[in-house]
Design a protein around this ligand. Structure first.
Ligand code: BES
Ligand code: ZN
Ligand code: ZN
Length: 477
């Protein structure tokens, strides 16, 4: 997509998008736009409505955005317009900016519009084809203010999110651990970060025992992905953030095989994908921070070589783990991811993100991610960042009374309490055990928000939750 700014619509013909704040008054004053007059009886800017007029070779789409709008609403409204109205879009699009628009509004509008070009039909023989689908159009901003920087940023955000939507939506016979490590390598070359990948043998040599216990039952070789982004002019004052994402490309449950919802488990690498997308976006935005991203990628399969319930395994940290349930595999790969990050890179702040527990969905449904942290400042900044862009988080406790849930008789810890209560919390306590008492760690359980039902598809699909959130958090640090 190309963009530029123009002062007015003189000589323009194509698709003209006009966001309208709700202007409802008792007198039903019509909306005037050039020669057009729209009766308030048919359209007055109410949120989630739009009005389309064809005139003089142009299609005018008036888009209701309500009285006071927010980032998420704007993004959704423009994603909807782009995906539903794409047939009426030409390759010349003009966006008329209301005077009240700030940078954030525009970022939401542009990134939403680009997400509207996403097409889930990756394997359909007959591809839909019009300029909008490949973001192959020119966008003119009609405004007196120069928003170029905002537009470029919005494009970068949406580009990363589109990549991650696809990564999570593609099926697990395509998106194997190797596919993810290849993706990381490609993105590293393109956007400027370093990538190192440990395969099975290298992981074994390194001592990543918890990670390999999960991955060893699969035909698809596990891949431990380590990424490092170093900004220009990096010095001792540059902040260093560590990210760890769960990259389970499919979760059958292992020998404790899942009896429900297994079909959705291609989403179990969504936390890892969020870290991949954030690495791309952070490097693309050239943020002045150092970031280490770790994504342990593995498939949790059912096989003669699979790990067994009651196995005792040696993790990278040196602590032994008793396996109570092979379906609690995410915390195992994250444990090694966290220990590896801390031992080898010592970042000042650590955030891990994972589709970790059904329990977090039981608690919050599909409205927010569960946040656990030992650091008040991180809690505030993560929540503020999420609120600003509509990727919400809500905090749950890490009290030590929950520690008994992971105490094992035979090993240092066990991977599951065996109780049907407080599952998201005991999973977080398990991870905490592997953070080596780091004082700035946060864990995001995103099982309910990474893969969702919404108006944009018939079945559950990726949301790219976390890509923007992690980036925004790091920007706000
Ligand atoms: N990948 C699942 C969690 C999950 C559930 C993700 C629903 C997305 C949607 C995780 O590995 C898992 O199986 N968790 C179990 C843990 C239990 C066996 C201790 C769960 O939450 O039921
Ligand atoms: Zn599982
Ligand atoms: Zn899982």
């Amino acid at each position: 997509m190309k963009t530029n700014t123009i002062q007015n619509l003189d000589g323009f013909s194509g698709t003209i998008l006009i966001p309208v704040f709700e202007t409802y008054t008792k007198s039903l004053v019509p909306i005037h736009f050039g020669e057009l007059e729209i009766s308030a009886k048919v359209f007055y800017g109410k949120k989630d409505t739009h009005y389309l007029v064809e005139k003089n070779d142009s299609t005018y789409i008036f888009i209701g955005i309500g009285k006071n709008t927010d980032y998420k609403s704007l993004k959704t409204i423009f994603r909807r317009i782009a995906s539903q109205q794409k047939e009426s879009f030409s390759s010349d699009v003009a966006l008329v900016l209301p005077e009240e628009f700030k940078e954030d509004h525009l970022e939401a509008v542009i990134s939403g519009m680009l997400l509207g070009t996403y097409n889930l039909g990756h394997y359909k023989k007959e591809k839909e084809n019009h300029p909008f689908l490949n973001a192959n159009f020119e966008l003119k901003l009609v405004s007196n203010t120069d928003f170029e920087e905002t537009v470029l940023k919005a494009i970068k955000i949406a580009t990363a999110q589109l990549e991650i939507l696809k990564l999570v939506d593609l099926p697990p016979n395509k998106v194997t651990p190797k596919y993810l490590s290849n993706w990381a390598n490609e993105a590293g070359k393109k956007f400027g970060f370093n990538v190192e990948v440990l395969g099975f043998e290298a992981s074994k040599k390194a001592g990543l025992g918890a990670f390999l216990s999960v991955g060893k039952g699969s035909e698809n070789e596990p891949q431990f992905v380590i990424m490092n982004y170093v900004p220009e002019n990096c010095n001792e004052k540059t902040k260093h953030i560590g990210l760890v994402g769960k990259g389970i490309t499919f979760d059958t449950g292992g020998l404790n095989i899942k009896t429900s919802a297994m079909v959705q488990m291609k989403c179990d690498m969504a936390g890892g994908a969020a870290v991949l997308g954030a690495m791309q976006l952070i490097a693309n935005l050239k943020l002045p921070v150092k970031v280490t991203g770790i994504v342990p990628c593995a498939e949790n399969s059912v096989d003669a070589k699979s790990f067994l319930p009651s196995d005792v395994i040696e993790s990278y940290s040196g602590h032994s783990i008793e396996i109570i349930d092979t379906d609690a595999e995410g915390r195992l790969v994250l444990a090694d991811g966290l220990s590896y990050l801390i031992k080898n890179f010592q970042p000042e702040y650590i955030v891990d993100i994972a589709t970790l527990t059904g329990s977090s969905i039981g608690t919050f449904g599909y409205e927010c991610g569960a946040l656990f942290t030992n650091n008040e400042m991180m809690s505030k900044k993560l929540q503020q960042s999420g609120d600003a862009i509509g990727e919400r988080l809500w905090q749950l406790p890490l009290w030590d009374c929950y520690k008994q849930d992971i105490e094992s008789d035979i090993a240092d810890v066990k991977n599951y309490s065996g109780k049907p209560v407080a599952g998201a919390i005991s999973a977080a306590k398990f991870l905490e055990y592997f953070t080596e008492e780091h004082t700035s760690w946060a864990h995001l359980d995103v099982a309910g928000v990474a893969f969702g039902d919404d108006e944009f598809a018939k079945s559950k699909h990726a949301t790219a939750y976390g890509v923007h959130l992690l980036t925004k958090f790091i920007e706000n640090l």
